[in-house]
Write a protein that binds this ligand. Structure first.
Ligand SMILES: Cc1ncc(C[n+]2csc(CCOP(=O)(O)OP(=O)(O)O)c2C)c(N)n1
Ligand SMILES: [Mg+2]
Length: 398
């Protein structure tokens, strides 16, 4: 185990702020990692030392075999639970809408593994992964998505509004970018209360296009709020390629103008994401303000639903706005396959155990689907319950 933690500590971390600075060039640093898709990404000992000095603390150092296995299991939960939803949509009779997160699992798991249960997350329309990584229940989530009376929001909200305050989940949200303002608001509340919690917002590359992020970033910077904005850059805003509508390649640079530290990370490498998230969390808990983390990634399915997908086949092909080849290139960087290879090569898991976990998660997903299927739909006569508040609101003195 000792040697594991030592070797895990050599995982890459490339803070954008320093990557063009003196010392090891970004090019030779990345080259030393063995390249994207290489599975394990160790640095040689000499470079690791210099990288730690140049690129800051390496938090993956302290991860136990149990934590690493949990991260693998949670990524699989997201993958297989959403794959089930895709198959249900294709089989027909699926009630509701779903923006699938498959391909981006390393981001939700890397970030949420760095958080405490009492920290907050505010999620967007592609948020199932965030919720599962923060401890959301697979059965209750599926019941909500299929509008059943025992779902998270009693079937009223569907995929886009799942909330569980007891887990710090402030809700998914269909309004692009709004999560940033929600989380910054929660971070303001944390500051007023004087606790050491953190509030994280998840948004896509499109979430920087309107004023929610601007307002949130401005306030978070001015008041040093414990806010972390995670930008999941999956290259598209619906069917529009982000590189066609942004003048900058690294969206983390948007943070510069607000005086906020912006970092770029490989969003398909769960340990790299964890490392930079943990850095931002430690910084915010110590009262040193916000961070914007841009994670480069790719979604495997269409913007929503299951267009171009088939039952039993991963990925959505034949879509007009992207090439199958581009999708296949990204599927070759599958964050779960990469992490599993790493865990097996580090002897955290055997191939047999890794496969057993797949079977266990598959069973949990089937159980969740059976649970959701058996749940009742809300009664029409209850349609106006939970819409209006009951009781009275005390008058304000001033
Ligand atoms: C304020 C607002 N504007 C427009 C939309 C329509 N809309 C829904 S998703 C989406 C694109 C979001 O892209 P991105 O933030 O990159 O997230 P991704 O879907 O790629 O995960 C848009 C424009 C919306 N829901 N809310
Ligand atoms: Mg996007």
């Amino acid at each position: 185990m000792k040697s594991l933690t030592r070797r895990v500590s050599k995982i890459k971390t490339v803070p954008q702020k320093k990557r063009d600075g003196p010392g090891i060039s970004r090019r030779s640093f990345v080259k030393s990692l063995g390249g994207i898709g290489a599975g394990t990404v160790f640095l040689s000992t000499g470079i690791a030392k210099r990288a730690a000095a140049q690129y800051g603390p390496v938090y993956t150092d302290g991860l136990s075999a149990e934590q690493l296995t949990d991260m693998y299991t949670t990524m699989l939960k997201i993958r297989l639970w959403e794959t089930k939803i895709k198959d249900l949509i294709l089989a027909g009779g699926f009630r509701g809408v779903a923006h699938l997160y498959v391909g981006q699992e390393a981001i939700a798991v890397g970030v949420c593994s760095a958080l405490r249960k009492d920290d907050y997350i505010a999620s967007n329309h592609r948020g199932h992964g965030h919720l599962i990584a923060k401890g959301g229940d697979l059965g209750k989530m599926l019941a909500e998505i299929t509008h059943k009376a025992t779902g998270y929001c009693k079937g009223y909200g569907g995929s886009l509004h799942i909330t569980d305050i007891s887990l710090g989940i402030l809700g998914m949200n269909g309004v692009v970018g709004a999560a940033h303002l929600f989380a910054a608001g929660a971070a303001y509340g944390i500051k007023v209360k004087g606790t050491d919690q953190i509030a994280v917002s998840f948004g896509g590359d499109g979430s920087l296009q309107n004023s929610f992020f601007t307002s949130a970033a401005n306030a978070a910077s001015a008041w040093k709020l414990p806010w972390i904005a995670v930008i999941e850059n999956n290259a598209f805003q619906i069917w529009v390629r982000s590189s066609d509508v942004y003048g900058t390649q690294d969206l983390a640079r948007r943070a510069d103008g607000f005086g906020i530290e912006g970092r770029v990370v490989d969003g398909n490498d769960v340990l790299s994401v964890y490392n930079v998230a943990r850095y931002a969390v430690e910084k915010a808990r110590a009262g040193n303000g916000p961070t914007v983390i841009e994670c480069k990634t790719y979604r495997w399915y269409d913007h929503y639903g299951a267009g171009g997908a088939r039952i039993g086949v991963d990925g959505a092909f034949g879509l007009g706005y992207r090439s199958d080849r581009e999708l296949r290139d990204w599927m070759a960087k599958d964050p779960i396959v990469r992490f599993r290879k790493f865990l097996v090569s580090e002897k955290v898991l055997t191939e047999e155990r890794a496969e057993e976990i797949v079977a266990e998660v598959r069973q949990a997903v089937e159980d969740a689907a059976k649970f959701a299927e058996a749940q009742p739909v809300p009664k029409p006569e209850d349609g106006l319950l939970n819409v209006f508040a009951e009781g009275s609101v005390p008058l304000h003195n001033s």
